[in-house]
Design a protein around this ligand. Structure first.
Ligand code: DHB
Length: 310
């Protein structure tokens, strides 16, 4: 089977959506609920609702996607209300709430709201949105990450993990892992999009999305080798109590298998879910099960993290 455990919580399937895709409102989240996905994560909820950047702000190509959404979302309270309903309607499942503050005080406020609610799920703190003009990706500011996590675990007691941007240097893996190992994180989710790429159209000689003169986060095939590297680098370096969620370039059962082989306990689908819709989870689950059967594996723990070296 493709079941998994994260933060001591059981999930019937390791496959789920990546934050930002099919999770904007109740209609989209219901579609994930009605699919083969093991659970859902909400769109990143902010203190107040946001309309996001100008459109067009998402473009797909044969090899992936570019986006500069700008955190459009209905505000934390909307998603908390939705999850509260789901917790009652489908109590055997556990849900992920993605959040992002624009400063430490907002992070504290968001976590206080969740702490004071009936939320029984898992929090994913987004430290990696590349698309809000004037706001750098927090995950690239190592001092600020340490400062935020110190405060986060003073105010929040439930299971919480972080979504990180991709890193591209071994020393950065070492330095970030040393910081993260100081904290009781439930998980690290690697990776968010490769920030501020450019996908252009030769024919019209134009950029393909409107915000930021066309610069945006890159997902899909372009991202998979970087995602696998980040998943495995953190799997090698983090203490065993910090599990890994693998995100980046998953569009087949083989891609999911590779993320798990690199150490992922759960895998999230962004660009391919956007392209194919929630029925993708049935296909990916069947493909992953076929690979496992052919290799003689019955559970994810038979191969998780067991990547071989030359
Ligand atoms: C957005 C994009 C991201 O890659 C992310 O992590 C968070 C938000 C966005 O632009 O909405």
């Amino acid at each position: 089977s493709t079941k998994t455990t994260l933060a001591g919580i059981h999930f019937d399937n390791c496959l789920m959506n990546a934050a930002g895709v099919y999770c904007y409102d109740a209609s989209e989240l219901n579609q994930i609920q009605n699919s083969m996905a093991g659970t859902f994560v909400t769109k990143t909820g902010t203190v107040t609702p946001r309309t996001g950047n100008q459109v067009p702000r998402y473009r797909a190509t044969h090899l992936g996607s570019i986006n500069s959404m700008g955190l459009p979302n209905k505000g934390l309270q909307y998603y908390m209300d939705y999850i509260s309903q789901q917790q009652k309607a489908v109590p055997h499942k556990t849900y992920f709430q993605s959040i992002a503050g624009f400063n430490l005080a907002e992070d504290e406020y968001l976590l206080a709201q969740i702490q004071a609610s009936d939320f029984t799920g898992v929090v994913e703190l987004n430290l990696s949105c590349p698309n809000v003009p004037g706001k750098p990706q927090i995950g690239y500011d190592f001092e600020t990450v340490e400062k935020i996590l110190t405060r986060v675990f003073e105010v929040y007691r439930g299971p919480l993990g972080i979504k990180l941007p991709p890193y591209f240097d071994i020393v950065h893996f070492d330095q970030m892992a040393t910081i993260l190992n100081q904290f009781p994180l439930a998980f690290v989710n690697s990776v968010n999009s490769i920030g501020n790429g450019l996908i252009i159209d030769s024919l019209s000689e134009r950029v393909t999305i409107k915000p930021k003169h066309g610069f945006g986060g890159i997902g899909g095939d372009y991202l998979k080798p970087t995602a696998l590297a980040n998943v495995h680098a953190f799997y090698q370096r983090l203490k065993p109590s910090i599990q890994i969620i693998g995100t980046g370039g998953i569009k087949s059962g083989q891609d999911a298998f590779e993320h798990i082989l690199c150490g992922a306990s759960m895998v999230q689908v962004g660009t391919a879910l956007h392209a194919e819709g929630p029925q993708i989870f049935a296909r990916l689950t069947a493909e992953l099960k076929t690979i496992m059967y052919q290799k003689g594996y019955t559970t994810l723990t038979d191969f998780r993290g067991k990547l071989n070296y030359l």
